[in-house]
Every structure is written in C-alpha cells, then in structure tokens.
Design a protein around this ligand. Structure first.
Ligand SMILES: C[S@@+](CC[C@H](N)C(=O)[O-])C[C@H]1O[C@@H](n2cnc3c(N)ncnc32)[C@H](O)[C@@H]1O
Length: 170
C-alpha cells in the first residue's frame, strides 16, 4: 500500500478548503496545480526548479468561474517574484526531501505566506526505500518548521506507511 495522490488531494481539501491563492512548491508536471485551481483556489501557482512555463484558464468546480493555473521555473529557496504575505496557503508534495537547502526553502515559503496562512507538506519519511533517496523523519520536519518560525506545527506519520503530512501556520 502507498499513500495515493487521491488521499493527498483529500487532505489538501480538508486542511485548506477554499482560498484565493495557493502555491505548490516543487510542482513537477503542474498536475496538482490544475487540481488546486479546480477545487481549492481562484489563483493556483506552482513552482519547480526543473519546471516549465504553464498558463491556463480552467473552470472552478464549485462555481464554474474561470480560474488561473500557472506553473513557473523557480527555486523554492528564492521566490523573489512575490512580496511577503502573497499566498493564502502553500502545499508541497513529495518534494521537501529533494530541495538542496530545505531550511532556506521553508523560510522563503513562510515569507510568501500571509499571516495566519497554512502550509501543508506531504512527503515520504525515512525508511521508504522505493527510490533509494534520503527522507526526513517526522521529528526532523517538525524541528525544521519550528525553526523556520511556523506555529501550530503538527506532523503526523500515516500509520503503516513511510509517509507524513505536516501542517503549520504562519
Ligand atoms: C519527486 S518530485 C515531486 C513532484 C510533484 N510535487 C509530485 O508530487 O509528483 C520533486 C520535485 O521537486 C523539485 N525541486 C527540487 N528542488 C527544488 C527547489 N529548490 N525548488 C523548487 N523545486 C525543486 C524537483 O524538480 C521535482 O520536480
């Protein structure tokens, strides 16, 4: 068994609900950003250090109004395009462990989040062997989030899985 994209999406909807703007850090092929635009946010943006530019308008599921999907090539450690407090929420799936300096990225994520905004990180935990990569423990992620200045930090390992959801507030 593995934690599926559907479970991750359900967790995002449950924790973020509806927002004006959401950022997906390490967005890969922009698929989750399309989902975010449809189900969560009027303005959904993804960034990825290896990404390519995507700009689309799609209809939101709840009201049918046009929503913006944007993906950009950008380093999470330096998101100069946005002023402090730009986004209502930030998500990041399967990506934190790949970022060269995750502490710098978390600090930059906190900067672009508005006060009271939510960060949801979903990632594998140490012990996952499928791709032979190094993953963090839930305790390490909890420490990193606290050190980056987030509050209300909750990191939960999914029972029976090498996977965690981390939730934090600016
Ligand atoms: C395993 S992929 C996950 C992609 C997608 N989020 C998903 O869940 O399928 C990790 C992604 O993190 C990106 N990444 C690594 N370092 C990054 C950085 N410093 N800034 C932004 N993205 C980064 C990689 O390019 C890669 O696309």
């Amino acid at each position: 068994m593995a934690v599926t994209n559907e479970q991750i999406r359900a967790q995002i909807v449950a924790t973020i609900g509806e927002a004006d703007s959401v950022l997906d850090v390490g967005c890969g092929n922009c698929e989750l950003v399309r989902f975010l635009a449809q189900q969560v946010a009027k303005d959904a943006v993804g960034i990825d250090i290896n990404g390519h530019k995507v700009y689309e308008q799609i209809s939101g599921a709840s009201d049918g109004n046009p929503r913006t999907v944007r993906c950009l090539k950008m380093d999470a450690q330096k998101m100069d395009l946005w002023e402090d407090g730009h986004f209502d929420a930030v998500v990041s799936t399967h990506a934190l462990h790949e970022i060269a300096d995750p502490n710098a990225a978390l600090s930059e994520i906190r900067r672009v989040l508005k006060d009271g905004g939510t960060l949801l990180v979903a990632d594998f935990t140490a012990g996952e062997t499928r791709w032979n990569e190094d993953y963090f423990t839930p305790g390490q992620v909890r420490r990193m989030l606290n050190e980056a200045g987030f509050h209300s930090v909750q990191v939960e390992k999914v029972p029976g899985e090498h996977f965690m959801f981390a939730l934090a507030t600016k």
